[in-house]
Design a protein around this ligand. Structure first.
Ligand code: ASP
Length: 336
């Protein structure tokens, strides 16, 4: 029997047209284009139903409420389809794929986000292959998790990051092997599949709790951030140097982190390096972070760390539990 795939259009370049202020997503437009793509009508394709969300968004305009809208569209149809392909803008696609990997609890179906750098309405659009291959993968029965497909690469959703603002190989997952590569044929690579527990699928809606990301740079004046890092900021992702290092000069950051931690904020240490892991305590410049109460984000992307903080706070867990789970592998988002 043919697999049934639901194609959900959330917005992004793939379905944009040119207006007087630049590209924008036009309602009703993508469906007319899909009708002209012969590949979608071939025998090997699964059955495809199309659903367009409203409003369609440039993904730069998306926030937590939009992740909830997408999650709800998937949840409503979850039982009726074998898989989902979500058309989405590239700018924040890795945030959405990270968020969905946490929100769609106990999901064991392929949910693949894709889009394009060049709109389908333009020549040389990368949208056609991204769309057609994503649908083939979603219908293959080989994948059971939230993924991002782009430029021939199938990536774990919560490991993906946008690497290029204008290249067609725009995404990669530097800390996690690709799940598949599409060349002349689609080659599925050996990977540890998501633990599929025998519990029922459910959607966890996210709450828009205040989260901050602070990128450390040489010469940073920490006292300026003292007023920001209060109990009002629930989760903080510190993008540190290398393996989790911060400038020790005067140790002005540590009392601020300590204060935030004592007020119930969760400070998660990630690295500015796209590849490799945080190892707190490896250097004298990172040890004090542990004493101040920060947790290690190991090799998580900032996108995944932000999404995970939203998720854990939305679950209503205690600070202690959130601290513990930030350092645990929930959906393949980190390697310890
Ligand atoms: N600004 C667009 C978006 O993220 C870029 C894209 O889709 O490539 O929606």
């Amino acid at each position: 029997m043919k697999k049934r795939i639901c194609l959900i259009h959330a917005g992004g370049t793939i379905g944009m047209v040119k207006g007087k202020n630049g590209y924008f997503p036009k309602e009703g437009y993508l469906e007319t284009i899909l009708d002209t793509i012969a590949d979608l009508k071939t025998e090997i394709m699964p059955e495809i139903d199309f659903y367009e969300m409203s409003p369609l968004l440039d993904s730069s305009d998306m926030a937590v409420e939009d992740w909830n809208r997408i999650g709800e569209e998937v949840a409503k149809r979850y039982a009726s389809y074998d898989g989902f392909v979500i058309l989405h803008g590239t700018d924040t696609m890795a945030y959405t794929s990270s968020a969905l990997s946490f929100m769609l609890e106990n999901s064991n179906k392929p949910i693949i986000l894709t889009g394009s750098q060049i709109p389908l309405c333009e020549i040389r659009s990368d949208g056609r292959d991204n769309l057609v291959t994503s649908i083939l993968i979603a219908g293959s029965g080989m994948i059971n998790e939230v993924c991002l497909y782009f430029g021939g690469r199938l990536l774990r959703g919560n490991r993906a990051t946008k690497m290029s603002a204008d290249g067609l190989l725009a995404f990669d997952s530097p800390n996690c092997p690709r799940l598949a590569e599409a060349g002349i044929s689609i080659r599925y690579l050996p990977f540890a599949p998501q633990k599929s527990e025998d519990t029922e699928f459910s959607l966890c809606r996210l709450e828009s709790v205040p989260i901050g990301v602070l990128k450390i740079f040489p010469g940073i004046s920490f006292p300026i951030f003292d007023t920001l890092m209060t109990e009002k900021l629930k989760g903080i992702v510190l993008e540190t140097f290398g393996a989790g290092n911060i400038p020790g000069e005067g140790h002005t950051l540590l009392p601020i982190i300590k204060k935030a931690f004592n007020a119930g904020s969760i400070v998660t240490v990630c690295s500015q390096c796209p590849q490799g892991t945080v190892t707190l305590g490896a250097y004298a410049t990172s040890s004090p972070l542990v004493e101040a109460g920060a947790v290690s984000g190991y090799d998580m992307t900032t996108e995944a760390a932000v999404a995970k903080l939203y998720y854990l706070f939305s679950k209503g867990y205690s600070s202690e539990k959130i601290k513990e789970l930030m350092e645990a592998d929930l959906r393949g988002e980190l390697t310890k």
